[in-house]
Design a protein around this ligand. Structure first.
Ligand code: PTJ
Length: 261
């Protein structure tokens, strides 16, 4: 469908079209569209912009991944569809591995996502087929199956659009987890080491830009960025933005009511 340029929600509609196209190509699952809709609702309340708190979380996440020995970026259907190019760019800047890890797992989807990532320049994609031979303990979903040389041996894992179970399980394994989730109340958001409350379509390009200027900083400076960051405080601040925008909507409605008569 052609989206009119001057439509007030043009960008959001373009993203929907992209997801539907990825559904047709077997990259995204139907459930991925529903998950995106939930994200959109939170994005609406955040004003569909990257807050200063999300920027702080992005800076701390990139610092943490640059300090890591074995950082891994976990990719599911929605992430591959919406930001395959940025995943590959970020991985190359921070020296991370890329692993496909799906909730609704099938070999065909793994291959389709691997191919998409390779089209965007990835030389190696972990977690596909028999490579995912290791298990995350105490996790029952298909997400438990991971690559020995990828997520299984990673010290920091970036998990955009995640379910809470795996985030908690990865943290129990002693890993540091960076989540990107528009819902600051989700279990993922609360259990991750760092949560970026932002749309992945905005957060991933910003992570790439941040990695470009942080990658040559001394380790002391990166450690300092990490030390000054608190995930609990940052989540509270994101929640306050949402609360503030709901309050503003009430005030606006009351004003309209008064003016209306
Ligand atoms: O590709 P698969 O098989 O691995 O399946 C992927 C989905 C997304 C279907 C699966 O991981 C899933 O069901 O996810 P959940 O549990 O619904 O969680 C998705 C979370 O991501 C929710 O908290 C949403 O608010 C959030 N979210 C959705 N779209 C975005 C988002 N966060 C950031 N950016 C988005 N574009």
């Amino acid at each position: 469908m052609r989206i009119p340029e001057n439509h007030p929600r043009a960008e959001s509609l373009r993203i929907r079209e992209r997801l539907v196209e990825c559904l047709r190509r077997g990259i995204v699952v139907e459930q991925g569209l529903i998950a995106h809709g939930r994200g959109e609702a939170f994005d609406y309340l955040l004003g569909e912009r990257t807050t200063i708190y999300a920027r702080e979380a992005i800076r701390a996440s990139v610092a943490m991944m640059l300090l890591a020995d074995n950082p891994v970026i976990s990719v599911n259907g929605n992430v591959a569809c919406l930001c395959a190019g940025d995943v590959v760019r970020l991985a190359s800047l921070i020296n991370a591995r890329i692993e496909v890890n799906l909730f609704y797992r099938s070999y065909e989807r793994e291959k389709a996502i691997e191919m998409l990532l390779k089209e965007h320049g990835a030389s190696m994609v972990y977690g596909v087929g028999d490579r995912a031979s290791m298990s995350i303990p105490e996790l029952m979903s298909e997400r438990r199956r991971v690559d020995r040389d990828g997520i299984y041996s990673a010290d920091v894992v970036l998990v955009p659009l995640e379910d809470g179970d795996r985030t908690e399980a990865l943290v129990r394994m002693g890993k540091k987890v960076v989540a990107v989730d528009l819902n600051p109340l989700s279990r993922t958001a609360k259990s991750a080491t760092i949560t970026i409350v932002d749309n992945i379509t905005r957060a991933m390009p910003l992570m790439v830009e941040t990695a470009k200027w942080l990658k040559d900083e001394p380790r002391d400076r990166l450690n300092e960025i990490l030390r000054s960051f608190s995930n609990a405080r940052n989540l509270e601040a994101s929640l306050a933005v949402i609360r503030g925008s709901v309050d503003d909507m009430y005030v606006e409605r009351e004003r309209e009511g008064r003016e209306g008569g």
